[in-house]
Write a protein that binds this ligand. Structure first.
Ligand code: SME
Length: 165
């Protein structure tokens, strides 16, 4: 059993600092990409409040223009997302984080879970190539702020080389 000391109380800088330490400890010595994505999804799901989905979509190695579902926590989700479709596809095509306060106002948003109201999608770039995206969904409108974006981008920067092997 793993024991983590993760800051609560609404201090997001402390929360993401502690999540970074925990994720580093979980993944540093493990070369298996699926194991590392699975533990990352579980960690984010447990410690980030007000989520209804947390997980990964990867660039399909058989089809370079499509994302395919990876390890996640939450309800069963859409399996494939074409580049350019939905929030995840926008992150994949642009290579930039998509922080969407109201997914219903986002053209082409893909509703895997009708409860989703806001979404944060961080592209995962490794050695200059897109590996996939980290996708977080929330039933709370405007759930993700700049601190969440910065925190998740830092987590992804560390995790990327450990899941792209
Ligand atoms: N809402 C996403 C699809 C993935 S699910 O949220 C898990 C999108 O629009 O890309």
């Amino acid at each position: 059993m793993f024991m983590f000391d993760i800051a609560g109380g609404g201090d997001k800088a402390a929360l993401y600092r502690d999540l970074g330490r925990a994720l580093d400890a979980l993944t540093a010595d493990e070369p298996d990409a699926i194991a590392n994505m699975a533990n990352a999804a579980a960690l984010l799901w447990e410690y980030l409040p007000e989520l209804n989905w947390a997980g990964f979509y990867r660039v399909d190695p058989r089809r370079a223009d499509e994302l395919v579902l990876g390890p996640f926590q939450g309800k069963a989700a859409c399996i494939r997302i074409a580049f350019g479709k939905g929030v995840c596809g926008a992150a994949a095509v642009t290579g930039t984080t998509q922080r969407i306060a109201d997914v219903h106002a986002f053209p082409g948003h893909i509703a895997c879970d009708a409860a989703s109201a806001s979404e944060l999608v961080v592209p995962i770039m490794v050695a200059g190539r897109l590996f996939g995206v980290l996708d977080l969904d929330s039933p709370v409108p405007g759930r993700f702020d700049a601190a969440d974006q910065a925190g998740c981008e830092a987590l992804v920067a560390m995790l990327g080389p450990r899941i792209a092997g």
